[in-house]
Design a binder for this molecule. Structure first.
Ligand code: S3P
Ligand code: PEP
Length: 447
């Protein structure tokens, strides 16, 4: 993805937010549907795929690896090449802004006997890749990148891979998934152990595609065992809507006076639902309507109503993995609650698209909110509903979640909030502006 000129955007307070918010498909599931579809034998159909830039970059990558990927009549069709059948790309694989894209692709290709060079935008080139290339080395792959294990990086895949047993050093579904995808083309059992459970979409989808995969909880943690070299059967996948995107209209409704918003059909996989649990603990008027199961994932319709009496809470560190991408928007809700919200065990926030603790702390301080932080914790002093001053222009550092969080902040603050660049929002939530405008938000783009 090439990033054009910066497009500032400003959010002003307006009337209540009302109506239905149809957020796009889940980003994590969309990446996996394309990658596993490309490694199955035959045609996988995907409905509701997120057409955000991160996922479009993964679609282009799968074509470069030899799969056919195209959209026809509103459905994405992936004609796979089978496990072990990926082909050497003719050019560098550019994953744009996407950590998930590059790390999962590195895994999938690492047990094929050819070299692949990966790159990305300035944000992705600053993110650590050794967390993935270290376990891939155990399969026999070798990585050569910039200092600090950064992109651009070439990974020479193992031509005679061996299966691996690996305990992830940090809670990360990307590391776990990279190892499992590499394990697909290694003979025998690949085992990944995680001390804290992270999102389990790879495990669910691998089982759906017919792989032999077992998940067991033990005192060591969660142990995932995958039998290598399966024949993956093509699937028809309905991607649930993304809870991480739903978080934005939900949180906006909670803090904009008079709001009442329904966000239908949201994936509520427990490994993703930590934000909603936290909001309810804070006293949010947030209900799950018609809970049901779709395509192997639990879903419900979320209803969020203005909640003037929310209180700060201490978010337990063991909940971090289930809401890792939602801390930026939680901090905006915390600023509109009373009392202090404390978030611990969140060092991973410092290695996302930006250092999210630093980006939010700096922007919230500019909006008149007091924030304190350390290496793996931060706390936000609430100013109550309508108590945030705003009136600042904040830097988003190519980070979609920082941009969306500050725009929501501006919908509830005394003065407008401007983000220096809203461009990155298209990586995960391309219809964000349109959708929030449809609910009644006042967003002005300076593009
Ligand atoms: O596996 C995934 O789809 C993701 C895992 C998380 O990253 P980590 O694995 O680095 O925690 C999350 O932040 C990212 O948005 C999506
Ligand atoms: C961290 C995120 O994504 P990724 O790691 O795929 O760039 C995110 O979407 O918040």
């Amino acid at each position: 993805m090439s990033h054009g000129p910066a497009t500032p955007m400003t959010a002003h307070a307006a009337g209540p937010l009302t109506g239905e918010a149809h957020v796009p498909g889940d980003k994590s599931i969309s990446h996996r549907a394309l990658i596993l579809g490309a490694m199955a034998v035959g045609e996988t159909k995907v409905k509701g795929l997120l057409e955000g830039q991160d996922v479009l970059d993964t679609a282009a990558a799968m074509r470069a690896f030899g799969a056919q990927v195209e959209k026809r009549d509103g459905t994405w069709h992936v004609h796979g090449v089978g496990v072990g059948g990926l082909m050497e790309p003719e050019d560098v694989i550019d994953c744009g802004n996407s950590g998930t894209g590059v790390r999962l692709l590195m895994g999938a290709a690492a047990t094929h006997g050819f070299a692949v060079t990966y790159t990305g935008d300035a944000s992705l080139r600053s993110r650590p890749m050794a967390r993935v290339t270290d376990p891939l080395a155990l399969f026999g792959a070798r990585a050569f990148g910039r200092s600090g294990g950064r992109l651009p990086m070439t990974v020479v895949g193992a031509s005679d891979p061996v299966p691996v047993r690996y305990t992830t050093p940090v809670a990360s579904a990307q590391i776990k998934s990279a190892v499992l995808l590499a394990g697909l083309n290694a003979p025998g059992e690949t085992v990944v152990i995680e001390r804290e459970a992270t999102r389990d979409h790879s495990e669910r989808m691998l089982a759906g595609f017919g792989a032999e995969i077992d998940v067991a909880d033990s005192p060591e943690g969660r142990t995932v065992t995958l039998v290598g070299r399966p024949e993956l059967r093509p699937q028809t996948i309905a991607v649930p809507r993304d809870p991480s995107s739903a978080a934005f209209p939900v949180c906006a409704a909670l803090i904009v006076p008079g709001s009442d918003v329904l966000v239908p059909n949201i994936g509520l996989n427990p490994t993703r639902a930590g934000l909603f649990e936290t909001l309810r603990e804070m006293g949010a008027d947030l209900t799950y309507e018609s809970p049901r199961e779709e395509g192997g994932e639990p879903v419900a319709d979320l209803r969020a109503r203005f909640s003037p009496d929310m209180k700060g809470v201490e978010v337990p560190p063991e909940r971090a993995a289930s809401m890792i991408d939602e801390y930026p928007i939680l901090s905006v809700v915390a600023a509109n609650a009373s009392g202090t919200t404390v978030m611990r065990g969140v060092a991973e926030l410092r290695v996302k698209e930006s250092d999210r603790i630093d980006a939010m702390a700096t922007g919230l301080c500019a909006c008149g909110v007091e924030v304190r932080d350390g290496a793996d914790w931060w706390e936000v002093d609430g100013r109550g509903i309508g108590g945030v001053e705003g009136g600042a222009t904040v830097a988003t550092h190519l980070d979609h979640r920082i941009a969306m969080s500050f725009l929501i902040c501006g919908m509830a603050s005394k003065n407008p909030v401007t983000v220096d660049d809203a461009g990155a929002i298209a990586t995960s939530f391309p219809i964000f502006g349109e959708l929030m405008g449809g609910l009644g938000a006042a967003l002005i783009s300076e593009a």
